[in-house]
Design a protein around this ligand. Structure first.
Ligand SMILES: *[C@@H]1O[C@H](CO)[C@@H](O)[C@H](O)[C@H]1NC(C)=O
Ligand SMILES: *[C@@H]1O[C@H](CO)[C@@H](O)[C@H](O)[C@H]1NC(C)=O
Ligand SMILES: *[C@@H]1O[C@H](CO)[C@@H](O)[C@H](O)[C@H]1NC(C)=O
Ligand SMILES: *[C@@H]1O[C@H](CO)[C@@H](O)[C@H](O)[C@H]1NC(C)=O
Ligand SMILES: *[C@@H]1O[C@H](CO)[C@@H](O)[C@H](O)[C@H]1NC(C)=O
Ligand SMILES: *[C@@H]1O[C@H](CO)[C@@H](O)[C@H](O)[C@H]1NC(C)=O
Ligand SMILES: *[C@@H]1O[C@H](CO)[C@@H](O)[C@H](O)[C@H]1NC(C)=O
Ligand SMILES: *[C@@H]1O[C@H](CO)[C@@H](O)[C@H](O)[C@H]1NC(C)=O
Length: 485
């Protein structure tokens, strides 16, 4: 009794019942084995009693990783269901291919250590957990804890814990060879990870934080502590680091960036102003234009500018920028070449382009073509509209009069009547025209319709035709005089 503190809620009736069934099956098998191998029947009987009587020993982890020189605690829990008088706890230590060693044991609260190890192992019964302090490499192995309960018979149970001992890892250092760098597609590169302290090291290489895998250009040493890149390419540029792990620690090296010489790639010429169409730049006369030549390369390219005139070419400047002042140029069209050279990779690239000088004014407009500014378009359209309006005005002013005059001479009366019926202010354009004064004498009594040009009034039919018809006179006094009254 008195061990309630260690009782755990596991030995319920169902559990015990199931256990007994399993044990019955197991018993049949075990008895066959016992007969076969003539094993000790008594030890088996003792174990069999413990199995179903509710004594249970548990450990949180069957493998515990310890750091050398530090204390290591091996936690153990146990519980049982029977009344007990004595509680015995025994710790044994075994290494592969050696005899198990007794470390210490206890009955109730009194501990009996092996005197050889008495300063190293500590237990506080009835707590079965073991403290190892300090942990050393020889302490690596299996630790077995056995709990015996003496009550109505003896119950027994045990557990095994595997303990490893390691030194923590010191920070890895990566060495790169060759340190001066390698030329793309020509050179190889080897990264080696060095670690001063630590046991059971597992190496991993990271590029930009992601693991590096074996590929056509990447290979590893058997321990993975060396990464070999053959050949190097521009894509291999990145942040490399070496990550080293062991059971008790993990350390990453500083980032290292291999020097890889490449290029030039993607050569192109740009300008601060001027219009670029393909390889042709157009620039206004009098303007200075600045060209910028750039290509991706390491180390930076050396640039040279070449001018081509007819058959001859000559270098005009070194450096990535070239200024062309168009007023100083005699020709209207000039051919240039920008040449980029990487003096480490020994490779070069060049691009040709043409500069066309345009003079300001109409030629400029023509040259720029579609690129007319919106303002210019608006001005142009406005001018066109104004001129069109003027022309239309002038045409209307002179042309229609003659036509009307001709028509008036042979026009029958009915036509006028008809015209009156649909004359109206249908359209403002109809009002645009020549008007005249007409007066009719009362002689014959026959109603005569005056010569009228464009319909104006819609109430003529109801009016006295003898009276003067109101008309708007547009200033053509000379022609009016000719008109008969
Ligand atoms: C252990 O304790 C129980 C009661 O707590 C007692 O009966 C028994 O004699 C003790 N055993 C030893 C070896 O002291
Ligand atoms: C055993 O003792 C350790 C401290 O030495 C304690 O942390 C642990 O909880 C104890 N176990 C039990 C079951 O009381
Ligand atoms: C002891 O065990 C026997 C059989 O295993 C049982 O008959 C007896 O009642 C038990 N005694 C106590 C005190 O539990
Ligand atoms: C690079 O490695 C390849 C294959 O491993 C080898 O053939 C070549 O000679 C190496 N180049 C240099 C410059 O070491
Ligand atoms: C590499 O590291 C530098 C800083 O050390 C950082 O600026 C750069 O963006 C990193 N490159 C990549 C590809 O992560
Ligand atoms: C080396 O790394 C690879 C993965 O990159 C891994 O599969 C292999 O087990 C490692 N070898 C050693 C000895 O750690
Ligand atoms: C270019 O050179 C060729 C001979 O190399 C010559 O026949 C030709 O006339 C030259 N053209 C000009 C425009 O100088
Ligand atoms: C390569 O060119 C750079 C300038 O971009 C110059 O500083 C360097 O000395 C040159 N190296 C060689 C080997 O010519």
């Amino acid at each position: 009794m008195g061990q309630d503190a260690f009782m755990e809620p596991f030995g319920d009736t169902l559990g015990v019942f199931q256990c007994k069934i399993y044990l019955l099956l197991f018993d049949i098998v075990a008895n066959c084995l016992l007969l076969r191998f003539k094993l000790s029947v008594s030890s088996y009987e003792i174990w069999k009693k413990g199995a179903c009587s509710g004594l249970k020993v548990t450990v949180p982890s069957h493998t515990v990783h310890g750091v050398r020189g530090q204390a290591l605690y091996l936690p153990v829990h146990y519980g049982f269901h029977t009344p007990a008088s004595d509680i015995q706890i025994i710790w044994l230590f075994e290494r592969p291919h050696t005899m198990p060693k007794y470390l210490l044991g206890s009955v109730n609260k009194s501990v009996v250590p092996d005197l050889e190890y008495q300063h190293k192992f500590t237990m506080m019964p009835p707590n079965a957990s073991l403290l190892i302090n300090p942990l050393q490499f020889p302490d690596e192995g299996n630790y077995i804890v056995k709990v015996n309960i003496q009550g109505n018979g003896t119950l027994s149970a045990s557990q095994k814990i595997q303990v490893t001992v390691d030194d923590p890892i010191t920070k890895p250092v990566v060495q790169i060879h060759p340190p001066s760098g390698a030329v793309e597609y020509v050179g190889n590169m080897t990264l080696t990870c060095h670690v001063e302290g630590g046991t059971r090291l597992a190496y991993q290489w990271l590029k930009n934080g992601r693991p590096v895998h074996t590929s056509s250009t990447y290979s590893f040493s058997p321990q993975n502590n060396t990464l070999h890149i053959a050949p190097v390419t521009k894509e291999d540029i990145g942040n490399y680091s070496c990550l080293v792990r062991n059971p008790v620690s993990e350390m990453e090296s500083d980032i290292i960036m291999p020097i890889i010489y490449y290029g030039p790639y993607g050569l192109q010429v740009n300008s601060d102003k001027g219009l670029k169409v393909g390889e042709v730049f157009t620039v206004d006369l009098g303007e200075a234009i600045l060209f910028d030549c750039s290509a991706d390369s390491h180390p930076p390219n050396t640039y040279s500018w070449i001018r081509r005139t007819d058959n001859t070419t000559y270098i005009i400047k070194h450096g990535p920028r070239l200024e062309v002042a168009s007023e100083k140029v005699a020709q209207k069209t000039m051919d240039y070449v920008c040449c980029a050279y990487n003096n480490i990779t020994g490779r070069q690239d060049e691009t040709h382009f043409t500069v066309i000088i345009t003079s300001v004014g109409l030629e400029k407009l023509a040259q720029k073509g579609k690129s007319l500014s919106p303002l210019a378009s608006i001005t142009g359209i406005s001018l066109f509209l104004i001129i069109s309006m003027c022309l239309l005005f002038l045409w209307k002013k002179y042309q229609p009069y003659k036509v009307i005059k001709q028509k008036l001479e042979g026009r029958p009366e009915t036509e006028y009547r008809k015209a009156q019926t649909f004359s109206g202010h249908e359209d403002a354009l109809d009002d645009f025209g020549i008007y005249e004064f007409v007066a009719f004498p009362d002689a014959s009594g026959v109603s005569r319709i005056p010569s009228r040009s464009v319909p104006v009034s819609d109430c003529v039919s109801g009016q006295d035709l003898h009276s003067t018809v109101y008309e708007v006179i547009q200033h053509i006094p000379a022609q009016q005089q000719d008109h008969p009254e």
